[in-house]
Design a protein around this ligand. Structure first.
Ligand SMILES: *Cc1c(COP(=O)(O)O)cnc(C)c1O
Length: 476
């Protein structure tokens, strides 16, 4: 199994090489040269599997044995997806399920993806990435320094996944005093030597600009082996494919049944994994893309026009992890929409990369053929959905999941199970939950008082020179 760039002009690479690299040299994103296919017999064979066996059945079709031998892959998976790592389950759930479903009513479910250490679905992929990185780096005799910027969920997930990992250091930039106290505490309370928290005097975009400036300095990047774990990383997407299979099997009894999924979306990473699961043969009917007030993706799936917006036109909302106006993984879907024609993708993105838009209105029938539809939510609807879900089912959901559920209800079809992906636990967004329900949401016991734990971080003025100096000093 080799991987190809969506822009068609980069060498074919193995999974390991794609894992450690970021963008392809031609600016594209990597995808498998061919999606492995699960036919009816294959689906039946894996239907009853536990999460680890299912993960192996899927990943072993996407990773060549000559790249990561099957026994090694099994070992990596078995230490990643354990009830200990994903143990923040509700009382009536079995942690061994890793991604248990919550039945709200007939044909309406939540898929719990937030039982990992940082209480957001990003742990599902990031924990696997941490173990894969350690393995691949060791095998190649290399090290990496991960440089990232976070506004809240990615940073904690990356740090909890990489803490203590051999050959990996993390330098995570976050806007000084702009994250919630809980999110700040999640990161800054980590005392591991290989984790470096940098609080930048500025906003999230300043952090991102610093990362970009470092990435554009090829000499520095090479000398200090700068790496990334952002949402375009193929390893993250591939890990997310697994739980669509798990969710499908949990709510069906035969492969004849189809299921709809609704996905709270920002960078199009999570829903892209659903699209890939469908391309691999999973009987998904609809994939519903749910956005918040930042509705670039909703606009696309309604009109065929993709019009990314700048950071000045991005709203700050109460579902902040979806405050994204340029969906970095969207290119992967468009590549499939254009029948894997890298030159066509390159044409479209030559405009996008310069702040432009594109229009594929004539292909909307084909988009529907891929099952994709959309909707958007807003603050009022979010609050209302959190209240209604608690009143009707006694289930407390977070603001992002609420956006998903709100949009899911607009797309339900009689007789087709609708599964809403739960992307974070309510405890992460305490202020919004207090506004909705008048009460502080429940928090896993081990995280009580996390805001008062000792913190390790460095405050820095926003400049690329500063972060380069910091990295050089930490490593040399
Ligand atoms: C990251 C995130 C999202 C958006 O996921 P994408 O893969 O970027 O579409 C949604 N909800 C939460 C809670 C997140 O952390």
């Amino acid at each position: 199994m080799k991987y190809l760039s969506t822009r068609g002009h980069s060498p074919a690479l193995s999974f390991s090489d794609v894992l450690l690299g970021g963008l392809a040299p031609d600016g594209g994103l990597y995808l498998p040269e061919k999606y492995p296919q699960f036919d009816d017999a294959d689906l039946t064979a894996i239907r009853e599997m536990n999460y680890r066996d299912l993960a192996f059945a899927i990943l072993s079709r996407l990773i060549a044995d000559s790249d990561i031998p099957a026994d090694d892959l099994r070992g990596i998976i078995n230490k990643t997806y354990t009830a200990e790592v994903y143990g923040f389950t509700r009382k009536d759930q079995n942690a061994e399920d890793i991604t248990p479903t919550v039945k709200l009513e007939d044909d309406l479910y939540l898929l719990s993806l937030s039982n990992g250490p940082t209480l957001a679905f990003k742990d599902m992929a990031m924990q696997l990435l941490g173990n894969l990185f350690e393995y691949v780096l060791d095998k190649k005799g290399e090290t990496t320094n991960i440089l990232g910027a976070t506004s809240g969920d990615t940073g904690p997930a990356a740090e909890y996944a990489m803490r203590g990992k051999k050959g990996v250091s993390v330098f995570m930039l976050s806007p000084h005093e702009k994250m919630s106290r809980f999110q700040t505490a999640q990161m800054f309370s980590l005392q591991d030597d290989n984790i470096h928290n940098i609080a930048v005097k500025g906003v999230f975009d300043d952090c991102q600009d610093m990362v970009k400036a470092v990435s554009n300095d090829a000499a520095f990047k090479a000398k200090y082996k700068i790496g990334a774990v952002n949402s375009i990383n193929w390893g993250r997407i591939v890990a997310q494919v697994i739980y669509y299979f798990k969710g499908y099997f949990a709510v069906t009894e035969s492969n004849e049944q189809k299921v709809d999924f609704t996905v709270p979306s920002g960078n199009f990473g999570n829903v892209c994994a659903g699209h890939i699961a469908r391309m691999m043969g999973l009987p998904i009917d609809k994939l519903v893309v749910a956005t918040n007030e930042n509705d670039v993706l909703d606009e696309f799936f309604k009109t065929g026009i993709y019009r990314p917006r700048g950071s000045a036109n991005t709203f700050h909302t109460s579902s902040p992890s979806m405050d994204i106006s340029k969906a970095s993984n969207f290119e992967r879907f468009i590549y499939d929409l254009l029948d894997q024609n890298g030159d066509k993708v390159r044409d479209l993105w030559s405009g996008v990369d310069q702040g432009g838009a594109f229009n594929v209105k004539t292909l909307m029938t084909k988009v529907r053929g891929f099952g994709l539809v959309s909707g958007s939510s807003n603050h009022e609807a979010r609050m209302q959905t959190i209240r209604a879900t608690n009143a009707k089912y006694g289930v407390i959901i977070d603001t992002h999941t609420a956006d998903g559920l709100k949009v899911a209800l607009e797309h339900r079809e009689k007789g087709t199970p609708m599964v809403v992906l739960e992307t974070a636990l309510a405890a992460k967004f305490e202020d919004a939950l207090v506004e909705a329900l008048g009460d502080v949401p429940p928090r896993p016991e081990s995280l009580n008082g996390i805001e008062d734990f000792p913190q390790k971080f460095t405050v820095m003025e926003a400049s690329a020179q500063n972060i380069k100096g910091f990295i050089a000093k930490a490593i040399d």
